[in-house]
Design a protein around this ligand. Structure first.
Ligand code: DP6
Length: 337
């Protein structure tokens, strides 16, 4: 590929985005095409766990090329089709060629670990570099949100808040960083199953909004929690933050149990871990849990307490546990093609 056009600022753009875990959950849309949420949400990123994406324009190709973890994707697969539909928004008109996308994740995909979030955030950053848009993070988060709602929060390391916004075009529904350093915080991710989930979060979310009889209560309560959780982060009030984080996740899952037909992502091991976390807390170790659209349990704790968490999980398969420092930075993993 040669750089032959002002529509391309470089030959090959490489970008990174971390995965993120919502502490106040996004679960409900006011606009499905633009992924506009019914309420705002708040997250903490997963440090060096996320996605690297390399993007280029192949002037000689007739169709796009997409690879995931170095395996070429069938362009008709659900994953590739979603990505290409998104890229169609940015494809330069009247220029021969096609996009070449290489994307690598260092987290299990579709195990409820928000890989689409880091994927779309990395892709948007790569587009920004390739096309030389020079957009700021706020604008990039608006674009990432169109790919996948939670992706708008993956533009940032650390804590991020996604503002619900009011406008129909979604320009005020973006995420920004909550500039708070809380270096002692750690994630422990327990993944009882690395299988693909049965029902996508997109479908499950839609089903909840359509058939959960108390969906409006969920939305109202989430707005209250968002304000309180933001304060808790700014004041570094771990107890408050942890309580809201658990409540938001449990209410989200309760809403799925209240849909027609009902939906449950938890496995028996998920419930077992929930009991373990509560037991540990009763023994005086402060830690809190949250679950997303999958059976995984994410536990927020302090590094000083790590030995207690290691003891709590010592009978489990080590490969089901991911110890994550939310403040660690990624190493460059993709080599040049
Ligand atoms: C449970 O962002 O995957 O992780 O906007 O349809 O792509 P789409 O949904 P997605 O939903 C994530 C839901 C969640 C909660 C959260 O991350 O806030």
């Amino acid at each position: 590929m040669t750089k032959s056009n002002s529509l391309f600022a470089c030959e090959r753009a490489l970008a990174w985005a971390p995965s993120n875990i919502a502490l106040v959950k996004y679960w409900g849309k006011r606009d499905h095409a633009l992924n506009l949420p019914t309420h705002g949400s708040l997250s903490l990123a997963l440090g060096d766990k996320g996605t690297w994406t390399e993007l280029s324009w192949d002037f000689f190709a007739d169709q796009d090329f997409v690879s995931f973890n170095e395996k070429q994707l069938n362009l008709e697969s659900v994953e590739a089709a979603r990505l290409l539909k998104f890229l169609d928004r940015f494809r330069p008109a009247g220029i021969k060629g096609a996009y070449r996308v290489r994307t690598c994740n260092n987290i299990p995909t579709a195990a409820g670990l928000a890989s689409s979030a880091s994927g779309f955030a990395a892709l948007v950053k790569a587009l920004n570099k390739l096309h030389g848009w020079n957009l700021d993070s706020k604008k990039l988060s608006v674009l990432a949100r169109i790919g996948s709602g939670s992706a708008c929060r993956s533009l940032y390391a650390g804590f991020a808040i996604w503002h619900e916004g009011k406008r129909a075009d979604g320009e005020d529904s973006y995420a920004e960083s909550l500039d708070v350093a809380w270096p002692g915080l750690r994630w422990l991710v327990f993944m009882p199953s690395k299988d693909k989930k049965e029902l996508s979060s997109r479908e499950a979310m839609k089903q909840t909004a359509q058939t959960c009889p108390w969906f409006n209560t969920w939305v109202t309560q989430s707005k209250v929690w968002l304000e309180e959780a933001k304060e808790a982060v700014l004041n570094q009030n771990f107890t408050k933050l942890g309580q809201i984080m658990e409540a938001s996740s449990l209410m989200m899952h309760a809403s799925m149990l209240s849909t027609q037909p009902w939906n449950l992502y938890w496995k028996p091991q998920t419930v077992d871990m929930m009991h373990r976390v509560r037991q540990l807390r009763q023994e005086g170790v402060e830690c809190y849990l949250t679950m997303d659209a999958g059976p995984s349990v994410k536990i927020l704790y302090f590094e000083n307490d790590r030995l207690h968490l290691e003891k709590m999980t010592q009978d489990l398969d080590a490969s089901s546990l991911l110890w994550v420092n939310p403040w660690s930075k990624p190493e460059e993993k993709l080599r040049s093609v």
